[in-house]
Unconditional design. Sequence first.
Length: 246
Amino acid sequence: MSSTNQGKVIVITGASSGIGQATARLLAQQGAIVVLGARREDRLIELVHQIKEEGGQATYVLTDVSQQADLTRLVALARQQYGKVDAIINNAGVSELSRMDELQIEDWEKMIDINLKGVLYGIAAGLAVFKQQGFGHIITIISTSGIKITPNQGVYAGTKNAVRTIHEALRQESRGKYRVTGISPGMVKTDFVAQLKNEALKAAITDQMDTFGLPPEAVARTVAFALEQPDDVEIGDIVIRPTAQD
């Protein structure tokens, strides 16, 4: 398919499943070179093989976004191997949902490390390259959590709203040098709740996903749309949710 994403070098975190995987495949089909990061090497190997079988270009680096050095290495490899980095997509995230009074402090710290610090590390790695080359696009997959506050999502939504604030500050500071886009999906059919300890909550959310959740490809198309815009057009924020979602 013809796209202005042809030839772009795009780094994607959390690329081994769900939205990250769907985005990697779509962008590669549009002619972009995708540099993929995630913690599950077997899935990354399979995805890179699939993309190449479909005629695309892809490579990967094992990446834990809670480790700043991993993000630096991922983005540096993209530039060293392909000469530039057009965009970084901060997609990696984790949901550890629970009531505040359950005091799941380790889960809180995990969400802060991945959902917040991981995005900051991605932004830092991207900006280090963008400042040198004079252009770049930061896209972060955020969430509708935090736009609407609900029980069990206090810390999770808090990390997402922190990212929204950081994005807006970066947008204003960039003054047109870099583009900054936040994409907030609602219910999407992914492994979002696979690790939840509360079985009743997991079952309820899984039922909602099965009933009306969006396919990850819908979010991937939204990412591609933001990337395709001319250099003087910035898509700041997009909310994408199922029509049936409250």
